[in-house]
Design a protein around this ligand. Structure first.
Ligand code: NAD
Length: 482
């Protein structure tokens, strides 16, 4: 328990730490050994009502603050996160499972959104021009959308929060954050950092809870809440879109993925295998941008599979805090069982396991890094997000076939392609039906770039110049000039 000393476990309500209205709490577990880490307050209806009132009450004054002041708060929070990377990483590893190296990388990535948006806060621009008849002027400006509901998943407990909270603060919006039930501690710790950085009371509330709909129902039923930004599954995203219909709140939906990874015959195989390991194994494979399926030109498939299997089977699996561990546990028994089920389904349909293909015994939800070949087109693993360390490989012979296979999915978040032919890279990159394409890289996430998808992967962008637009309404003033 001493590992959690100083980590808040209560609700953060309008700048104050509080027990929930009825004092109830829920346990948080370490997925690497199945031990209980601590208990956290479970937000109740009365807490949620208070958080709504706080967000609405603070909105006007917060929107009127100087953009530079909002930027400075974010900058201070970035500095605090940077100074405390090791503590933040350890906490994340304990509640989520990923290796310390991965957690440090997420802590740095998460902090970077605060630095990026600290710089964007002072660049919220408009325009001024003559109308076509010359008789008037057009003044275009931007204003904060208003109080927001921000909902985050367990797989990146911090970064999925900062890429919403950063632009919301920069734009001048107040917010209620609902972290995932499995990983509330990183977000509560972040609230403490933001408070220390000078965020005024009422701008942010964090409501951990065992009932997500207890939050989303009443919050989105209030027409004064003007936006929801959600990262999570497509299934829950659809429900939230319905909840927003009556009040027509603005929405950003960062939903599921099914990323194809294309290897062309002229690819540099050293780079490709390194990129494949990154795209597949980052975050234990529990990432919406994880390469979900590998489509490899038949002339290089054997070599690619041999090298990928060698790399993946050499990765040390274990509790994320142990030295040298690169693959931690999956988040839960359900998640591990879903990975097993998808692998079994592929094997039953004729796929071959090159390495792995088994859950690991003992405490903790471990699954061995796995490479599958000869995966038939009807295997579920090619259609569903596996969210685990499994690489199914299939082959293609022509560029058109590669694009057809890549796009044969309801999702459209990211695709990866590896080739040394620049024409092909641009041609295929432009054709693919995804919001993002990694060209000769297995990592597209970057605070300075617009992250997001199309089709069943949702809409809206996080990061980049576009990230702050999600929290701003355009307003136009018509001026008559005589
Ligand atoms: P999830 O949809 O089950 O949960 C996400 C969040 O939504 C959690 O905080 C959960 O408590 C909450 N939630 C669940 N039901 C809700 C409801 N009715 N109302 C309000 N909130 C509700 O997803 P998950 O299992 O936590 O995360 C994995 C999913 O997230 C994967 O599909 C993954 O692809 C996706 N994801 C997407 C991105 C992206 O940027 N596109 C990034 C990370 C994860």
């Amino acid at each position: 328990m001493s590992e959690l000393e100083g980590v808040p476990r209560q609700i953060f309500l309008a700048g104050q730490w509080r027990d929930s209205a009825d004092g109830s709490r829920f346990p948080v577990q370490d997925p690497g050994n199945e031990q209980r880490l601590c208990e956290v307050s479970d937000a109740q209806d009365a807490d949620i009502r208070e958080a709504i009132d706080a967000a609405i009450g603070a909105q006007e004054a917060w929107a009127a603050t100087a953009p530079r002041d909002r930027g400075e708060i974010l900058r201070r929070a970035w500095q605090l996160m940077t100074d405390r990377t090791d503590d933040i990483a350890r906490l994340m590893t304990l509640e989520m499972g990923k290796s310390l190296e991965e957690s440090r990388a997420e802590a740095a990535y998460a902090a970077e959104f605060f630095r990026w948006f600290s710089e964007e806060a002072v660049r919220i621009n408009g325009r001024y021009g003559r109308n076509p008849a010359g008789s008037g002027r057009t003044l275009v400006t931007r204003r904060p959308v208003g109080p927001c509901l921000l909902i985050t998943p367990w797989n990146f407990p911090l970064a999925m929060g900062t890429r919403k909270i950063g632009p919301a603060i920069a734009a001048g919006c107040t917010m209620i954050v609902k972290p995932a039930q499995l990983t509330p501690l990183s977000m509560l710790n972040l609230a403490a950092i933001l408070r220390e950085a000078g965020l005024p009371d009422g701008v942010l509330s964090v409501l951990p809870t065992t009932s997500a709909s207890r939050v989303s129902g009443p919050v989105l039923a209030d027409p004064r809440i003007r936006k929801v930004s959600f990262t999570g599954s497509t299934e829950v995203g659809r429900k939230l879109v319905e909840l927003c219909a009556p009040n027509l709140q603005r929405m950003s939906m960062e939903l599921g993925g099914n990323a194809p990874f294309l290897v062309f015959p002229d690819a540099d195989l050293d780079r490709t295998v390194a990129g494949a390991v990154t795209a597949k194994m980052r975050n234990n494979g529990e990432s919406c941008v994880a390469a979900n399926r590998f489509h490899v030109h038949s002339s290089v498939a054997d070599e690619f599979v041999r090298r990928l299997a060698e790399e993946m089977s050499g990765m040390k699996v274990g509790h994320g805090t142990e030295d040298g561990v690169r693959v931690g546990p999956l988040i839960s028994a359900e998640q591990r069982d879903k990975v097993s089920e998808l692998v079994e389904d592929a094997l039953n349909r004729g796929a071959q396991a090159v390495v792995g293909a088994k859950a690991l015994p003992g405490k903790g939800f471990f699954y061995a890094p796995t490479v599958l070949t000869e995966v038939p087109p009807d295997a579920r693993i090619l259609r569903e997000e596996v969210f685990g360390p499994v690489a199914p490989v299939t082959t293609f012979d022509t560029e058109d076939e590669a694009v057809r296979l890549a796009d044969d999915t309801e999702f459209g978040l990211v695709a990866y392609l590896f080739t040394r032919d620049l024409d092909r890279a641009v041609r295929v990159g432009e054709r693919l039906s995804t919001g993002m394409v990694g060209i000769n890289t297995g990592l597209v996430s970057n605070a300075a770039a617009p992250f997001g998808g199309i089709k069943a992967s949702g809409f809206g962008r996080e990061g980049g110049d576009e990230g702050i637009d999600e929290y701003l309404d355009v307003k136009y003033l018509a001026l008559s000039v005589t």
